[in-house]
Design a binder for this molecule. Structure first.
Ligand code: HSE
Length: 318
């Protein structure tokens, strides 16, 4: 076992769906993200000792807490539930924001505990435990936030059931602008408004766009990426939950975005852009639309984060 007595980790926000990849495509951004600190303790069992940034909304009972559920599931798998571990959770990602808040906590919980106990599992092997944590929060089983948060890069999920995922590196000059308007959308509600069945024509369009987007990413073909970022399934239904969505989309495209859509279940929106300067222009143009409503918002400009969850700061040694 490692002699590390305390680990602090950072788990980044993620953009799920990426327009045409409902439940099967996502990427991580550099910030914001959740932080979790874990340390060894005398008393057996996992205890959550402190939660900040949650406005008192999150339970400290690990079996009821997304990060706790992920960590407990991992410890159960390893036969180590008696291990004394204290956990602090520092929420930086708002709930119901479309930025993968519950996924970040679940990933951070599993990753931090795995590190603390000497890293018996690889990042890839932590995926099912982080998934269990996230599913405890939103009741659905989709890896498009958890997998990119854990692994970094752009992650395509061939099968959510089998957790068969493929990680892609982003083109060097691909940037993203994410804008979070200050409203909350429950993922459950945003999923309920989607149809259970879709016309074949829409399925064909969506598959074409998803294939085009993946090819564009692999071939670093910004034109193909741009032609492919279209969602004919979720966006037309969900846009009504986001004030001025189409105005914001027009503003983003006019400012040079390759494409624009809803981040996860919303209300955050995102644009992919070629180059940092364009991404800043797009973030500003979209923010202006929300601010004019008026609706306060936060903008983030980032490259695609290639690393996912990672240890931050200097861990203290025992
Ligand atoms: N793929 C999910 C959805 C992401 O769109 O509902 C939300 O967490």
């Amino acid at each position: 076992m490692s002699s590390t007595s305390e680990i602090r980790v950072f788990a980044p926000a993620t953009v799920a769906n990426v327009a045409c990849g409902y439940d099967v495509l996502g990427f991580a951004i550099d910030s914001p993200g959740d932080e979790i600190v874990v340390r060894h303790a005398e008393k057996p069992g996992l205890r959550i000792t402190q939660i900040t940034g949650d406005n008192g909304m999150l339970p400290k009972d690990p079996s009821q807490n997304t990060a706790g559920v992920a960590a407990l599931d991992l410890l159960r798998h390893l036969g180590m539930t008696d291990r004394g571990i204290e956990m602090e959770i520092h929420k930086k990602l708002p709930f119901g924001s479309g930025l993968g808040s519950s996924a970040a906590s679940a990933v951070a919980g599993a990753f931090a505990v795995n590190k603390l106990i000497g890293e018996p599992l690889s990042k890839q092997q932590l995926l099912p435990f982080a998934m269990t944590g996230e599913a405890s929060a939103d009741g659905a089983w989709h890896a498009d936030n958890v997998a990119p948060c854990l692994l970094g890069g752009i992650v395509f999920i061939r099968s959510n059931e089998e957790l068969d995922v493929a990680q892609l590196q982003a083109p060097a000059n691909l940037w993203c602008a994410v804008v979070h308007p200050d409203i909350e959308i429950l993922t459950r509600i945003a999923r309920e408004i989607l149809p259970k069945e879709i016309p074949l024509i829409n399925a064909t369009q969506q598959i074409g766009n998803l294939g085009g987007l993946l090819c564009g990413i692999i071939q670093e073909d910004y034109g193909l990426i741009s032609r492919s970022i279209h969602d004919v399934i979720a966006e037309p239904r969900r846009q009504k939950l986001i004030p001025n969505f189409y105005k914001a989309k027009r503003a983003a495209l006019a400012a040079g975005a390759l494409g624009f859509s809803i981040s996860g279940a919303g209300p955050s929106v995102f644009a992919l852009c070629e180059g940092e300067e364009t991404a800043h222009k797009v973030a500003e143009a979209v923010s202006k639309i929300f601010l004019s409503i008026p609706l306060n918002c936060q903008a983030y400009v980032s490259r695609i984060n290639p690393h996912g969850v990672h240890v931050i700061g200097e861990p203290s040694k025992s």
